[in-house]
Write a protein that binds this ligand. Structure first.
Ligand SMILES: *Cc1c(COP(=O)(O)O)cnc(C)c1O
Length: 422
C-alpha cells in the first residue's frame, strides 16, 4: 500500500490546526458592552473611532477611516483622489478582483501589468512603462503579506506626480525596511473579511498621512458630511460606508492579538522557507531582504510539476488535502476574468474607452500565469500552529514528492481503459 493518504496511507497531519477566527473573553465582553450601551451606531459611539485611531497608530499612520469592507476602502480612496472618467489606474494582473473593480466603479480604466516572478508583487519597471498622461494612480498589492517594492514604487509615482495606493488586504502588520506598510503613498487600504489576518466577519479601513485626503475620504464615507457641521449638510459626493460599533469593538480585541500572531506566522513561515526550499520542485515565495516582517496572509510556494512526475497542481493539492493540509485557491489572472474577456468591463467606461478593446488585454502576463496556475497557498491560520503543525506540513509535502511517481502511475492506470477484470 502507498504511503500517501490519498491512496489509503496514514495522514501526515495527526492533530487539527488552530481554529479561525480566534476569540476569547475580550471579544465576548466587548460585544456585550456594545449591546447594553445601546450605542450600536458609530456616529454617536467611541468604539469604531478608538479602533481606527489605534489601527492607524499601530501602522505609523496619522489617520484611519474605518469602512464596511476592503472593496469599499478602495472605492472611497478612488473617490477621495477624485479619480473618474477618462483616468487610468495601474493595477497588477495578479490580485483579487476588487483591486480592479474599485477602479471601474469610479468609471476609470484599470490598466493591468504583470508581477515579478519571485515575490508575485507588481513589477515596477512595467508599472513605469504603463504610465500615460491619463494615469492618476498605481495600486500595489502586498501579495500574501509580502510588500511590493515600495522603494521603486514611491520613486516612480513621485516622479510621475501620481498617487501610490497600497492594497494591504493581505498585509496587516507587514514591514518594509522596519516601517509598517499602509502609509508609504497617498493611502493604504485593508480588509477585515473573515479570511484576513484580523477579522470582524466583514470590515475595512483606509490609512493615510495626508490631511487633505483624510478630509475627503472621511466625508465620502459618511454621505458627504463634514465633522462638526450640521447633520444634514452634505458638502461633496458621498455614500454610506460606515462601520458599526459591533465591528469596531471586535476589531479592537483582534488588534490586541495581531502582534503576537504576526510574530508566530512570520516565524513559522521562515521555517517553511528553509525546509520546503530543500524539496525538489518547491520554491517558496521570495522574501526580499527589505521585507523585515511579513504579515503572511498565506504561505505561497511555486510547485514544479516536472519534479513531481508530471502530476498537476490540482492533483498535488488533493494529495495535500488528503494529508490534512488545508489549501486556499490562488487568484486567476484578472485579464482572464469573464468581464475582461467579454468586454463587459467597458460598460463602466465612457467615450472612446467604452468602445475600444484595450491594448493591455492583448499583452502576455507570463509571471501572473505562473503564479495563478502553479502556486499553492496554505491559509494563514495554519501558520498560527506550533512546531509540530509546521513539522507535519513539511512531512506531508516531502512525502508527496517522494511518492509522486507512485501517484502518477496510479492515476495513469485509473485513467486507462479497462482491459481485464480486476
Ligand atoms: C480581500 C481583498 C480585498 C477586498 O476586501 P473585502 O473586504 O473582501 O471587500 C481587496 N484586495 C485584496 C488583495 C484582497 O485580498
Amino acid at each position: 500500500m502507498s504511503e500517501l493518504a490519498l491512496l489509503g496511507g496514514r495522514k501526515a497531519k495527526t492533530k487539527p490546526f488552530p481554529l479561525w477566527p480566534q476569540f476569547d473573553d475580550a471579544e465576548r465582553k466587548a460585544l456585550n458592552e456594545v449591546l447594553e450601551s445601546r450605542v450600536w451606531w458609530r456616529t454617536p459611539g467611541r468604539r469604531t473611532l478608538d479602533f481606527e485611531q489605534a489601527f492607524a497608530r499601530y501602522h505609523g499612520a496619522r489617520h484611519g477611516i474605518a469602512v464596511t469592507n476592503g472593496t469599499a476602502a478602495l472605492e472611497v480612496t478612488m473617490a477621495a483622489l477624485r479619480i473618474g472618467p477618462g483616468d487610468e489606474v495601474i493595477v497588477p494582473d495578479f490580485t483579487f478582483v476588487a483591486t480592479a473593480s474599485a477602479v471601474l466603479f469610479a468609471n476609470a480604466l484599470p490598466v493591468l501589468v504583470d508581477v515579478l516572478p519571485d515575490t508575485y508583487c507588481i513589477d515596477p519597471k512595467l508599472t513605469e512603462a504603463a504610465i500615460t498622461r491619463r494615469t492618476k494612480a498605481v495600486i500595489a498589492v502586498h501579495m500574501g503579506g509580502h510588500p511590493a517594492d515600495l522603494d521603486a514604487l514611491t520613486e516612480i509615482t513621485r516622479r510621475a506626480g501620481i498617487a501610490l495606493i497600497e492594497d494591504s488586504s493581505h498585509a496587516h502588520a507587514s514591514e518594509w525596511r522596519g516601517k509598517r506598510i499602509g502609509s508609504f503613498g497617498a493611502a493604504g487600504t485593508f480588509s477585515f473579511q473573515s479570511s484576513k489576518l484580523m477579522t470582524a466577519g466583514e470590515g475595512g479601513i483606509i490609512l493615510s498621512n495626508d490631511d487633505g485626503f483624510e478630509r475627503n475620504a472621511r466625508s465620502i464615507h459618511d454621505c458627504g458630511r463634514m465633522p462638526g457641521e450640521w447633520f444634514y449638510s452634505h458638502f461633496i459626493y458621498g455614500s454610506n460606508y460606515r462601520l458599526s460599533e459591533w465591528q469596531g469593538a471586535i476589531l479592537t480585541a483582534q488588534l490586541g492579538r495581531l502582534d503576537e500572531q504576526t510574530r508566530r506566522r512570520h516565524g513559522n513561515a521562515r521555517v517553511l522557507d528553509r525546509e520546503l526550499g530543500k524539496i525538489p520542485g518547491i520554491t517558496p515565495q521570495k522574501l526580499d531582504e527589505r521585507c523585515t516582517r511579513n504579515g503572511q496572509y498565506a504561505y505561497i510556494f511555486h510547485f514544479n510539476t516536472k519534479e513531481f512526475a508530471g502530476i498537476s497542481t490540482e492533483r498535488f493539492i488533493e494529495a495535500m488535502n488528503a494529508e490534512g493540509i488545508p489549501n486556499q485557491a490562488s487568484y486567476p489572472p484578472l485579464h482572464e476574468l469573464h468581464m475582461f474577456r467579454n468586454g463587459e468591463y467597458r460598460n463602466c467606461l465612457s467615450g472612446p474607452d467604452a468602445k475600444e478593446e484595450h491594448a493591455f488585454l492583448k499583452c502576455s502576463f507570463p509571471n501572473t500565469e505562473r503564479a495563478a496556475w502553479e502556486t499553492v497557498w496554505i491559509p494563514q491560520p495554519a501558520l498560527l500552529g506550533d512546531e509540530q503543525d509546521i513539522e507535519e506540513i513539511i512531512r506531508a509535502i516531502s512525502k508527496i514528492q517522494r511518492n509522486a511517481k507512485n501517484l502518477a502511475s496510479h492515476d495513469m492506470e485509473a485513467a486507462a481503459p479497462v482491459h481485464a477484470a480486476r
